[in-house]
Design a protein around this ligand. Structure first.
Ligand SMILES: *Cc1c(COP(=O)(O)O)cnc(C)c1O
Length: 233
């Protein structure tokens, strides 16, 4: 199957699931997770209308962003971000999904300001309690948001929450953790305002479940591209 057909299948599944859940397909942004895929695969998807791409390694992403030379797409950073790599975010990425400290937010803001840009940030929450996952415990969320908002950072905007499902748990628990993230987003929206509108949850194995539970962004890699190719710079 070529990539245009593959993404049409994923989009169709998203639309059907959204409709069944009483939602509009327009509420769900499909992020094509292009990590370890060659730039040609990204170009092929751009040519069939795909707008959002996710990468999890800064160096690999920069090599692709440079090679693709400013196509009309939004780049999402979805990997664990080391603070010494934050200087590359401004001017390259529109979204970072994995914020778990005020220091990261401050440093990204600085790099965005230098690039004359504003980066959208999502806070990563470890709702499934996976011991191996990065991300905030629920009780760390409000203090972090308040610290970031009080800092008045000009180069970033807090937009919502992200989580990574834990593969080792049954589907019912994954569903419960997605539902919990949605509740957390709703309370953030009440406390901190309408800008908190995004829920990034769901990958190849669980994106339809995530849509049923309110995801506004799904991060799909292997279900779209097939196995990862280990493309390196
Ligand atoms: C790799 C990755 C994805 C995509 O994973 P697939 O299972 O291939 O869809 C989504 N989110 C994050 C954070 C990832 O690292």
């Amino acid at each position: 199957m070529n990539l245009c057909d593959a993404i049409a299948v994923v989009r169709q599944r998203i639309a059907e699931t959204a409709e069944r859940a009483g939602r509009s397909a327009d509420e769900v942004r499909l992020i094509a997770v292009s990590k370890q895929q060659p730039p040609e695969a990204i170009e092929a998807l751009i040519a069939c209308g795909q707008k959002d791409f996710g990468e999890n390694q800064v160096q690999e992403a920069l090599a692709k962003i440079e090679r693709l030379n400013n196509p009309p797409v939004e780049w999402h950073f979805i990997g664990h971000l080391q603070s010494n790599k934050t200087r590359h975010i401004g001017g390259n990425f529109n979204w970072v999904h994995t914020i778990d400290s005020a220091k990261l937010a401050r440093r990204i803001s600085q790099s965005a300001c230098e690039a004359g840009q504003c980066v959208n940030l999502l806070l990563q929450v470890n709702v499934s309690g996976d011991p191996a996952k990065h991300g905030l415990a629920e009780d760390e969320l409000a203090p972090l948001i308040e610290t970031v908002l009080e800092a008045g950072l000009q180069g970033i905007r807090l937009r919502g929450l992200m989580t990574i499902g834990y593969r080792e748990i049954p589907e019912s628990e994954t569903r419960r953790s997605f539902a919990r993230l949605r509740e957390l987003l709703e309370s953030c929206r009440m406390l901190y305002g309408e800008a908190f509108s995004e829920l990034s949850m769901g990958m190849s194995g669980d994106y339809l479940l995530a849509i049923e539970e309110g995801a506004t962004m799904v991060r799909v890699g292997s279900a779209l591209f097939g196995a990862r190719n280990a493309w390196h710079t």
